[in-house]
Design a protein around this ligand. Sequence first.
Ligand code: SF4
Ligand code: SF4
Ligand code: SF4
Length: 317
Amino acid sequence: MPVKVAEEWLGSCSGCEISILNLGETLLAVLPQLEFVHIPVLMDHKYYGQTGSGDTHHPEIPQATVGIVSGNIRNAEHLELARKMRESCQVLIALGTCATHGGIPALINQFSDAELFQRYYRETETTDPAADPDDPALPRMLERTFALDEKVKVDLYLPGCPPHPDQIAEAIVALLEGRAPNLPEKSVCDTCPTRREGKGSVKKIRRFLQNAQFEPGQPLDQMRCLLEQGLLCMGPVTRAGCAGSHGEDPRCVSARVPCRGCFGPVKQGGNQMLDMLNALASNGIDVKSVPDRLSLLRFSGGHGRLQNPTRRAKAGC
Ligand code: SF4
Ligand code: SF4
Ligand code: SF4
């Protein structure tokens, strides 16, 4: 009998769902063993019953063995859907860094809602000024952006912005086979072939927009490590995975661009900003040369890592 799967997206850009499609032939091979009982990316029926004919204004998510949730939690609708998914699914998977660590949308946690609305509705260069939205039908905003496991229990984390299809495939196949998935637990540096010459040659971080030094056509293992070139490469503090399971290289580094940290910290509870500052300091690099230290949390600002100054003051930090 096929395994029942429910998929839901919260504060999401749909890139994670596209990564599922990027499974390609693997997806075709496993599809006969899966029965998608709920998947709004294909049919948005969540508030109107599975047939689209109801008008309950509450999500109806059928019971499923596996639940997959992408995106983070920013408003009351996201929260209701996350709780309903947890109730309906035996195993809940957080798909993508928005779900596992808050992701890019959690950058907003540095600002209050008032600042957000002022910027978005009155100051953006491409928008005519307008009042804040006050339609009671709109979902209530929560006080900040949350990663999924801040609100409901998560059984399996598949980080990445977006996650690599190889890890999604491994998770699905492992669940079908009744075993624990074999997922990367190392850092991006552990999967990176660049040439390392040792610590201490660089004292300051260069601006991100400066190009890496390499010869066109040169194999990646002959290019010097980008961090040793003084570029802020977050490979040491970012979970491996973007290189896939078939001997590829880390995606950004293979394009001669520093890792920006999109798979989140190496360990689920890690702090990429503190870990990176420690890594820089232990390499003799002046941490004050990092232009915007909070940007080191650009993918992992959930779990209270990024907070606006008012909230930080109230919390005494
Ligand atoms: S993790 Fe990245 S790809 Fe996935 S929903 Fe968030 S922003 Fe989009
Ligand atoms: S710091 Fe960047 S370039 Fe250097 S080994 Fe790590 S991932 Fe590769
Ligand atoms: S190199 Fe870093 S930022 Fe680029 S895809 Fe891999 S984990 Fe993400």
